[in-house]
Design a protein around this ligand. Sequence first.
Ligand code: ZN
Length: 357
Amino acid sequence: MDNENQRYIEYFQRQLAPEGSDAFWKGRKVWFEENRVELSEQLHSLSKSDGDRLQTLATSILKHEDQGEYDSFFAKEIFEPLVEIALDICKKNKIELKNPVKFVNSPGLDPSPVALASSAEHLLFAGQGTFSFCNYWSKVFSSAIAEVAELPEEERNSPEAIVQKLLQGNVIMDAARLSLRYAHSGSLVGFGRMAQDDDLTAFRTLLVNAMEIFAIGHEIGHFLAHEDYPETSGIRPGQDAKSHELECDAIGLAISTEYGVRNKNPFAFQLIGPLLLFYALHTCERVKSILVDEEPILSDSHPTHEERFSHTLNFLSKVGASKDVMEGVHFTLEVALCVGSQVQVIAQKLKTHTNGE
Ligand SMILES: [Zn+2]
């Protein structure tokens, strides 16, 4: 890559990095440098056959060379393949982008990726802000679903039974800790360890991927729209900013569905990834408004997480999801709703307590 292009990219990365975060990111880089050999060896020892996923990862950890001061090995590993698949899905469905897309690590802390459309090469920024949010909440939801699935079948539809079951474990407290952290800092980067049973790793990974492919797909939606209407940042004549965002969601949802089929990921296919992502964001926002005692200001340009959640459910029924799929989705959402409502109860108690009532 030429120097000028690299400087241009770093300029935007610097805009995304919150003030005071430089030391944090530098610490991560130092950590990576000090541990990459050991990490690579660990992966090698875990790999089961030559050339499998873990072995490829072990090799690329050693080979990785940073492109500029804000580059991140992990962000690239996670998002670059997703961007590629999303673009391929678009191509196969004849909604191909004219310009190439370059993935760039975002040093931002916010869960949402950022799209910078251009007449030459689009830049898609995503990083730890996005994957830590998706990963922590996937831990919560996958644990919650696994716990509720232990209930006898006739009790699985009862919110009281679900709540009671969940309160026996750590999942509600974990979700509350995440929401409080998010309410305080707007991010889950650096939250630290959250224990989970190893048996749930595969389940959680699928859920994380389903959230991430949607987030990437949404940004691809922005690029597509921008190529059609560059003068208005992709907003069609007669369209407002809000419905434009929902249209980008629809692209993200369509990409998720196909990704789910291709990669055998039911949470992407059934749109459970995006639904839980919106619900997690909604819960975090609710907790924040309980604690600061004010309703979030409604934006003219951005739909709320609740609106995006309903839009996703409508999308699912419009594409003709089968009865089985809808039942699975409703069960998952019921569990999520129980987690979310209990988290809000905790936030309310905390609020009352700190007010000295
Ligand atoms: Zn957007």
